[in-house]
Each structure stands twice: as C-alpha cells, then as structure tokens.
Design a protein around this ligand. Structure first.
Ligand SMILES: C[S@@+](CC[C@H](N)C(=O)[O-])C[C@H]1O[C@@H](n2cnc3c(N)ncnc32)[C@H](O)[C@@H]1O
Length: 192
C-alpha cells in the first residue's frame, strides 16, 4: 500500500461527519477531496496554498466529484493560519494535513521550507481539538527536502506529552520516499 493511502486510512478512522479540517498544502487537492469525503456537507474545510494555480487545480478536482462540503480557499502561506481560522474554531479542528514539497508538474522552486513549515506546525497544534490529528508527509528527494524533514521530526519529538507521536520511515527502497509524521492530541478526559 502506498504511504499516502496509509495516511488516509489512519485519518479516516478519526474523522466524522460534521468535523472541521485543514489542508495546509492544497496542491492539486487530493487531500482536500479526501477530507471532504470524510466530513461531508455538514463539515467545514480551510485550505491553504501560496500558489493560485494550485487552488484553481484543486477547485476543479473537487467540482468533478460534486463535493458539497463548505471550503474556504486561502491563497496565502500556512504560516499565517491562525489569522485565517475564525477564533471560534481554535481548539476545534479535528484533522490537519501537510504534504510538503512542491506542486507536481509546476515550478519546483516554489516549495515548502522549514522557516515557514515550523511556525505553521506550531499554529496547527494550537488549533487541534482533543483527539485531533496532525499528519505531515515530508518528501526528502528535492533540494532542502531532507533538511525540512529532519527539522519537522526534531520539532515533533519535542512536543509536550499531551501528544502521541508516530514517525514512519519507509525502508528498503532505492528512491527517496516520503517520511510520515503523525501526531494525535490526547484526550484530556478519558473516553467513556
Ligand atoms: C506536494 S504539494 C501538495 C500536494 C497536495 N496535498 C495534493 O493532494 O495534491 C505542496 C504544495 O505546498 C504549497 N506550498 C509551498 N509553500 C507553502 C506555504 N508556505 N503555505 C502553503 N502552501 C505552500 C505548494 O505551492 C504546493 O502546491
């Protein structure tokens, strides 16, 4: 199974109809579509990308699938996330996805980088509700990708103990596969 499918399988278990989700790196909209299918028209999505071209591509992808989930498309860097998510929703977000790197078949110089990714991850942590998840797929094969991935893992390993952290590093592969950092905010009160 591809790592991206594995990521979706995990997030799917957490999301329910009506949840709030953020796609921090919209790209062509594959994760946005997945999130929308999980939370349905009662849910809400906020989606970020620095490239208008990416948002347009994602919008057309979702239109083809007749998605009815309310989506706010935000053409700015995810490091500004806290300014764009309504205050009333801080602490209420169930899933946030980051798929780092560059937009496939576009300008490879427009890529995520740790200077902006780490502030965005700190913002994400403050937006999550108890039980909510933060998923980061970090590609390592492009310029700066390995450094960004290592910075994300160091950041994750220094999170306070109210977060569970799981890092998956695919083995036995010739290519530079993405690494997956999966973080879940623990429930403060035990589930019944
Ligand atoms: C690997 S692609 C994302 C793929 C996407 N999740 C999908 O399903 O198609 C990474 C995206 O991050 C975007 N990006 C780069 N820097 C960013 C930033 N600071 N904030 C938000 N998006 C950014 C790029 O423009 C690119 O579209």
């Amino acid at each position: 199974m591809r790592l991206t499918e594995q990521v979706h399988q995990y997030i799917e278990k957490v999301l329910q109809s009506g949840d709030i989700a953020i796609d921090a790196t919209t790209g062509n909209g594959h994760d946005t579509l997945f999130l929308a299918q999980c939370i349905g028209r009662m849910g809400e999505i906020f989606t970020f990308d620095v490239q208008q071209q990416a948002l347009r591509s994602a919008q057309s992808h979702l239109q083809k699938h007749h998605i009815q989930t309310p989506i706010t498309w935000i053409n700015t860097g995810h490091e500004h996330m806290l300014e764009y998510i309504p205050l009333a929703l801080h602490g209420k977000v169930k899933a946030i996805t980051f798929n780092l790197g560059y937009l496939p078949n576009a300008n490879k110089n427009i890529t995520t980088c740790s200077d902006t990714t780490l502030p965005a991850l700190n913002a994400s942590i403050s937006l999550l509700k108890d039980g909510g998840v933060l998923s980061i797929l970090a590609y390592t094969g492009h310029d700066g990708g390995r450094e960004e991935c290592e910075a994300v893992k160091t950041w994750a390993n220094n999170l306070p103990n109210n977060f569970n952290i799981n890092i998956t590093i695919p083995q036995n592969t010739k290519f530079s596969p993405p690494e997956w950092i999966y973080i879940q905010k623990k429930h403060t009160t035990p589930l019944k």
